[in-house]
Design a protein. Structure first.
Length: 625
């Protein structure tokens, strides 16, 4: 029975409980992201004290992957299974085999996984494929396998299955802004662990901002002595005028950054650093005022937004940036270096006689072309060091640097334009992939920047726009979700915004449009939430909330109210202000209601409320005239 047939059958299954091994209990492959192709078999493989792991000792990466699996099993089972040479494997029973095999169709990251009652065979073209096969294997095991201590009374079984799995996109990214609020090394490692578990392979590390410079640069110590700290931090949303009055800051030493790079590499994740230019440079200008366009001293910013202090275009400033990048390149071996390029106000350039003289002397038309000159010059320097630049889609303005890749965040237009011009693209539109946006009722969500991005909308994203031809589509490297931290000061707040939306992202970029299925995903996500619980991840329960969609009909003078759950279950609602319970009215079709009514709704599984109660009082919208 192939993948598409299994998915159709899965729709007939009841909502899975959060407990137990779903794959074994329900005959459903509870894996995220869903593999490209799979076929369920009969029976199961049992891991016990007699199980033997096999790997080629001449392949150090393969042995390392096998030993990683060995150590995790030892952590949760207490059993230390031997790792034996691959040449000793002769189709023995009770064996787990890790093997490289030439298969161009699997590419650098694809794998084959065969589970029978006698053995588990893991094959891949490259070690990365073996690593991703192990991530799938963890999900086939009982969820307790992710624990960090010995778990008693668990049968360590894996359902029989045959899987062929190849990722849809090469760039499967997740971003973290450490400029506004810094994250600990431990948190970043946990972040990387979860990226690996979701088969994401690119960590975009945002290291410099108006509110803080976070990377040690030996040649310019003031960047971290001055620029890594701010005097205070905004409290609440922009415009409150309230500040906490507490000095805030910190930075990563170069040794710490190298530690993160090595930790990521061990999980087949590339770290792409971002050093912002020419805008978002206030912390740098505060550290070295000669980098700016006015002779006035500035301070590291204490609030959020876009600020006027951008780099000037003096030769000494390019010397500074090249010096910084030399140290960055020594830490980060990634092909791409992110140079920002976004939200760079031109006011100071317009007002500066020196800048205007520079524009004239270069034969440029305006400040936008000057920014293009700036970006192109940095690109040439990085190209000379064997690297490529990638920047936010503003780098298109004034002309795109010859070899630049574009990260499209202001919708898809920038990415489409770049791909049509034969530039590589990572899609990252705010509409679908900005994980700092809210994901539920604003009255129930923790403080965030705003917006509304529920799990279902993330899942709906298609990285390759229909506007591109087949040839142009080849320039879409993949997609990435971004986590901006203005309103996310703690580890818990960041986890809340990322999980479980990271699961939807994983299926978008690994499984791809041809293999993802929302109704199947709905049935698989509860097992994923169980894993999150076991790892103490602060995930959002708002996926179980009911969205109240109210549309006012001017002609009828009433509202049509749709109660939309993201999940299977029964929606119960009230109109009298009381809290819905399992005995309350069942939602079956859109409601016709007058202004002033308060609608409250909740999603129930039998008599249990799954999430929180959503509430909205219907108010006639103000006329635009």
């Amino acid at each position: 029975m192939k993948h598409s047939v299994i998915l159709r059958l899965s729709l007939a299954l009841v909502l899975f409980s959060l407990c137990g091994n779903l794959s074994a209990q329900k005959g459903e492959l509870s894996v995220i992201p869903i593999p490209t192709e799979y076929e369920l078999g009969e029976g199961e493989f049992v891991i016990d004290q007699h199980t033997v792991l096999y790997a080629d000792p001449t392949e150090s990466e393969v042995t390392h992957i096998a030993e990683g699996f060995q150590q995790q099993l030892r952590t949760v089972t207490g059993m230390l299974l031997p790792v034996m040479p691959l040449e000793d494997f002769e189709d023995q029973q009770n064996a787990v085999v890790f093997q490289l095999m030439p298969d161009e169709e699997l590419g650098a990251e694809g794998y084959q996984l065969e589970v029978t009652p006698n053995h588990i065979l893991i094959k891949a073209n490259k070690p990365a494929g073996l690593f991703y096969a192990v991530q799938t294997l963890y999900q086939l095991l009982p969820p307790e396998v992710v624990e960090n201590e010995v778990v008693r009374a668990v049968d360590w079984t894996v359902p029989a299955v045959s899987i062929i799995d190849v990722p849809a996109y090469k760039w499967r990214g997740l971003h973290l802004d450490t400029g506004r609020h810094i994250s600990s090394i431990d948190f970043i490692k946990k972040y990387l662990d979860q990226m690996a578990a979701h088969k994401l392979n690119t960590f975009h590390w945002h290291l410099t901002e108006d509110q803080g410079w976070r990377l040690q640069i030996n040649k310019y110590p003031l960047l971290t002595e001055v620029g890594a700290y701010r005097d205070s931090t905004l409290v609440g949303h922009y415009g409150t005028g309230k500040y906490d009055g507490k000095r805030y800051g910190g930075y990563y030493t170069q040794d710490e950054a190298r530690e993160i790079v090595a930790y990521a590499k061990d999980r087949y994740i590339t770290v792409v650093p971002e050093i912002e230019m020419p805008g978002h440079a206030t912390a740098a200008v505060a550290s070295y005022p000669q980098l700016g366009n006015t002779d006035k001293p500035v301070k590291t910013v204490t609030t959020w937004g876009v600020f006027p202090d951008i780099f000037n275009v003096e030769e000494s400033t390019f010397d500074f940036l090249e010096d910084v990048l030399v140290e960055v390149l020594d830490i980060f071996p990634s092909k791409y270096i992110h140079i920002g390029g976004d939200e760079a106000p031109k006011d100071q350039w317009e007002a500066s006689e020196r800048i205007q003289f520079k524009i004239d002397s270069l034969g440029l038309k305006n400040e936008h072309e000057l920014q293009s000159y700036f970006i192109t010059r940095i690109e040439k320097f990085l190209n000379s060091k064997g690297r490529q630049i990638i920047g936010w889609d503003e780098i298109l303005e004034g002309g795109l640097a010859p070899n630049a890749a574009v990260m499209s965040w202001r919708g898809e237009e920038g990415g489409i334009a770049a791909a049509k011009d034969a530039h590589y693209v990572v899609m990252s539109p705010g509409s679908h992939l900005y994980f700092d946006h809210g994901q539920g009722d604003p009255d129930q969500e923790p403080l965030n920047i705003g917006g509304y991005l529920p799990l279902e909308k993330v899942y709906s994203y298609k990285p390759t726009p229909d506007a591109l031809s087949d040839e142009e589509a080849k320039y879409i490297m993949g997609a990435q979700a971004n986590v901006w931290t203005e309103y996310l000061p703690t580890s818990d707040s960041r986890e809340y915004m990322v999980f479980p939306r990271i699961s939807a992202l994983a299926e978008v970029v690994w499984s791809g449009e041809d293999h993802k299925d929302w109704e199947s995903f709905q049935k698989r996500i509860p097992q994923q939430l169980k894993r999150y619980e076991l790892q103490d991840i602060n995930f959002a329960y708002t996926i179980y909330n009911v969205e109240i969609r109210a549309k006012y009909d001017e002609k009828a003078k009433d509202f049509e109210v749709v109660l939309h759950p993201q999940w299977d279950g029964t929606v119960h609602y009230t109109l009298d202000g009381s809290t819905p319970i399992a005995a309350s009215a069942v939602y079956e079709k859109p409601l016709k209601l007058k202004a002033g009514k308060t609608v409250k709704a909740g999603l129930f599984d039998d008599s249990e409320l799954k999430g929180s109660i959503s509430s909205e009082t219907l108010v006639i919208p103000k006329s635009k005239n």
